[in-house]
Design a protein. Structure first.
Lengths: 242, 311
């Protein structure tokens, strides 16, 4: 190999290579199929509501089904992102990564690049199918954007928690979402601003009676909360030893 | 400016209250060096520090003049094969080595070629399209080595590369590591198995309980331990005659007879060999074999550690 070839990879190249690696592993693993089964639950629920639920208020039913989708999102983001990052650290495959000339945050960025679209796509497919079964129409565009934003923000939370506690990265993220994020999302006033679930519901327009805020405040909330957890993850891996 | 590849200066590493290495100072100029010590001696800690995976708790460590933990660029010149087995087993060997080459900076359009070359150098071409999941221990070791060399590094760190490998594969891997050294790479190979290191190099660093006990050529290390008796074994037809001739010498510590000959322990090997030759000639003794068990690493290690590596 000539000397000119001896360059260190750019952050973008490292990120896309990591994304490719993550994709390949995902497609050959079981997590994808398990997550599809989980995402089928709201569809089955919607089908059951249609058959046995009688005439429901469409907006009430929409909010109910969307809340179900946010719950699914809170399971899939840790399943994909949290587990993937935690596994690298726990299984010590980081020894291969950290000994390479790449910025460590690019490993996290690569995983997010590969897994956030997958998480969002699965939940979106589930949401669209549920909506079609319920109203024989596609859901509003705002809800689709909300799921995309929620997938990214929840994945960032999973990133931060998995780098802090890799041994139980996935489980702790699920616990965080179910027992911290969601409950504070129904608390009044500023506590809600810490909840990704709350911001996703506000952004979607299918809010519960507890949700206050505007789409702009929800977007900012997702960016801030997700960004903080992402920053925690990036700072953590910077000094993480293998 | 220093031309040393590695400079370790008063380095210590703790894992909480557990000591990894303690106050190690060491320089590496080039060639193959064997890092020798029992399990838990601190070999892997030192390897990981050199590959940029661990930061010293105290002291400094540089590779090509830079701190490998902080300096991304210097890691481009390092190839590291970890001790553990874990890789991304869903990938084929070619996919794995290609990804590692890309992450090490090999341009995308040349990464696969670099990976194929590395895989061929490790004798794995026939299996490169198979998934790592189904590989034997030896194949995994070769694949790990291929990931370490695919980006053509100047400095290779191979942590226990021969562990669990069958004898035929071991000989083959040793030959391939030697070929890399012949190609100008600086290589550090760790092992807790003495004869593995001996088969690779005579330049060793003996590490034990986190400290470097000795370094250099096996024979130079032997000089460090001259205070210990050096053993010379003589197989001959008159062992008792030899024993009697040397019994009164002040440098002889002990004489042990067995069926095949006599084992002499001496504090002055040179004098002992001279007097042994004189005794053989004077008594017309028929010598069938003359050997020194202390010239293998096992004895050196045993002397230096005081317990033969058993903890």
């Amino acid at each position: 190999m000539s000397t000119s070839d001896r360059k260190i990879p750019s952050a973008l190249a490292s990120t896309t290579t990591m994304a490719g690696l993550t994709w390949k592993r995902l497609l050959r693993g079981r997590a994808l199929w398990v997550s599809c089964l989980i995402a089928a639950l709201p569809v089955l629920y919607a089908a059951a509501r249609r058959r046995f639920g009688g005439d429901s208020d469409p907006s009430e039913m929409g909010a109910e089904l969307f809340t179900f989708q946010v719950l699914i999102l809170a399971l899939l983001a840790p399943m994909f992102v949290g587990a993937s990052i935690a596994e690298e650290i726990e299984e010590r495959t980081t020894t291969y990564l950290w000994s390479r000339p790449l910025p460590r945050w690019s490993v996290l960025a690569g995983k997010l690049l590969a897994l956030v679209p997958v998480t969002a796509a699965i939940v979106l497919a589930s949401w669209m199918a549920s909506a079609w079964l319920s109203w024989s129409a596609l859901p509003p565009t705002r809800t689709i954007l909300a799921i995309g934003g929620g997938a990214l923000a929840m994945s960032m939370v999973a990133t931060g928690i998995a780098t802090l506690a890799p041994k139980h990265g996935m489980a702790l993220t699920i616990v965080y979402m179910l027992f911290f994020d969601f409950p504070i999302g129904v608390l009044p006033a500023t506590f809600q601003e810490l909840s990704i679930g709350h911001h996703v519901r506000v952004l979607s327009g299918l809010r519960t009676p507890f949700d206050a805020g505007t789409p702009l405040s929800a977007t900012i909330g997702l960016i801030v909360v997700g960004g903080l957890w992402g920053l925690i993850g990036a700072l953590r891996v910077r000094r993480l030893e293998a | 400016m220093s031309t040393d590849v590695v400079v370790v200066d008063n380095c210590s590493k703790w894992y909480g209250h557990v000591l990894g290495i303690s106050d190690v100072s060491w320089k590496l100029g080039g060639g193959i060096v064997g890092l020798l010590g029992p399990n838990g001696a601190g070999k892997s800690t030192l390897m990981k520090m050199m590959s940029g995976l661990l930061l010293p708790s105290r002291g400094t460590l540089s590779v090509f003049g830079a701190n490998p933990f902080e300096d991304v660029a210097v890691r481009r010149r390092i190839g590291y094969a970890p001790e553990h087995e874990k890789t991304w087993d869903e990938l084929t060997a070619l996919e794995l080595v290609t990804v590692m080459a890309k992450l090490a900076g090999v341009p995308r359009d040349r990464a696969e070629l670099a990976a194929k070359t590395a895989i061929a150098a490790m004798g794995m071409t026939d299996a490169m399209h198979r998934r790592v999941r189904g590989f034997s221990k030896g194949m995994r070791q070769r694949t790990k080595l291929a990931t370490a060399i695919a980006h053509d590094p100047d400095f290779l760190l191979l942590d226990e590369p021969l562990t669990g490998v069958d004898p035929i594969a071991r000989a083959d891997i040793i030959a391939r590591i030697r070929a890399l050294a012949d190609a100008g790479k600086t290589i550090v190979v760790s092992s807790h198995v003495l004869y593995e290191i001996e088969a690779l190099t005579s330049e060793i660093v003996v590490i034990y309980r986190g400290q470097v006990l000795a370094e250099g050529n096996v024979y130079e290390i032997r000089k460090l331990i001259d205070r210990h008796p050096h053993r010379i074994r003589v197989e001959c037809d008159q062992p008792r005659t030899i024993g009697a001739a040397l019994a009164s010498a002040d440098h002889v510590a002990r004489i042990v007879f067995d069926r095949q000959g006599v084992l002499i322990e001496t504090r002055d090997p040179d004098r002992c060999y001279d007097e042994l030759a004189t005794a053989v000639l004077a008594n017309n003794v028929q010598v069938s074999a003359l050997s020194s068990p202390d010239n293998d690493l096992g004895a050196v290690f045993e002397y230096l550690t005081g317990d033969g590596g058993r903890r």
